[in-house]
Design a protein around this ligand. Structure first.
Ligand code: ES4
Ligand code: ZN
Length: 326
């Protein structure tokens, strides 16, 4: 019980969450009504019942359908504000938030509408609570590199609101090298680089994300343990892995919480962090991820401290801000 309190109360950074994945069913229905968007689900309950995923793709289909209710800047604000309240409740002091511009621009919603709504909520959380935050723009890997380059172009008027870029959506069959040129361009622009790799895809995608995309963190990366040489390299180079335990369970990467490899990753000396990924879809915000893993696995107070410390060490906070938390 004391450990539970420690987990909940310790200051933490969240480095892997998709803001579109924080849309709760109730807000999806409220926004659908406000915007006169037709949903293929009759009620909140029916939508929630559809959250029985078999793999990443079965989740993504519903996640993109949910995002279809986001049309106006205020919609993006309301979604982000709701997430930030949960994050504050969980003692998140710093949040690095993914958003998927193509999910919106491909429906005719302007890039600026999405990012301005998200950014205004982050600014309000900073002013009201002192919470710090940053926006990471993700390219959808099931789409072409040309589409990603076009998205990068569209982002240029908002360059000062974006700390970095990531790569998400369907991993299998869409290896990192597909995006080598756009990531090289982002690096020239001074953007920080991350990519989802080794969630459903093979360890080789982790290696190519590092070698060909030059990413600084790996999102998920849990399959690295299948490759001992790669695991050693990740430990030696202190490459952070932003792990999302409940996501991995819901998307059947592991069968149950007790089967998750979080302890093995820590024992291998990796810079692991714990995150919520898509909290509205996967059964909880960041503290719920901590509590469920610590209930099911042999983890103690020292692990808790190490995970919290890692979250700040792996963040894109500047050295001075980081120092306050380490
Ligand atoms: C995602 Cl869990 C996950 N994996 C890949 N792409 C995503 N987008 C939103 N959630
Ligand atoms: Zn993710």
């Amino acid at each position: 019980a004391a450990l539970r309190e420690t987990l909940k109360q310790m200051p933490k950074a969240e480095l892997h969450m998709h803001i579109e994945g924080s849309l709760e069913p109730e807000l999806i229905f409220a926004l659908a009504e406000r915007n006169q968007v037709k949903l293929n689900y009759a009620s909140v309950e029916e939508l929630r019942r559809a959250y029985a995923f078999t793999d990443l793709q079965s989740f993504l289909d519903i996640y993109y359908a949910g995002a279809s209710v986001l049309l106006k800047e205020q919609d993006f604000y309301d979604m982000t504000w709701a997430y930030l309240q949960h994050a504050r409740e969980d003692n998140v002091k710093h949040a690095e938030i993914f958003f998927d511009p193509q999910t919106h621009t491909d429906r005719g919603v302007p890039f600026g509408t999405a990012i301005n709504g998200i950014h205004r909520a982050l600014k309000d959380a900073r002013a009201e609570w002192g919470m710090s935050s940053a926006i990471i723009m993700c390219f959808l890997r099931h789409l072409s590199e040309e589409a990603a380059l076009e998205t990068l172009e569209q982002s240029m008027p908002y360059r000062d609101k974006i700390i970095g870029v990531g790569l998400d959506s369907s991993e299998r069959g869409h290896p990192p090298e597909k995006f080598a040129r756009v990531f090289a361009r982002c690096k020239e622009l001074g953007l920080r680089l991350v990519a989802h790799a080794g969630e459903e895809g093979p360890p080789e995608y982790i290696r190519t994300a590092l070698d060909l995309l030059k990413v600084e963190r790996i999102d998920h990366g849990v399959r690295c343990l299948e490759d001992p040489a790669l695991t050693q390299r990740l430990a030696r180079d202190k490459v952070p892995l932003t792990v999302c335990p409940l996501s991995n369970i819901k998307l059947r990467v592991f069968d149950k919480v007790g089967d998750h490899n979080l302890v093995k990753l820590l024992d291998a000396g990796l810079t692991v962090t714990v995150n919520s990924d898509d909290p509205a879809y996967f059964g909880g915000y960041v503290n719920e991820n901590f509590v469920q893993m610590f209930d099911a696995l042999p983890l103690d107070k020292n692990h808790a401290y190490r995970l919290a410390r890692n979250s700040f060490a792996a963040s894109f906070l500047d050295a001075q801000a980081k120092q306050k938390f380490l």
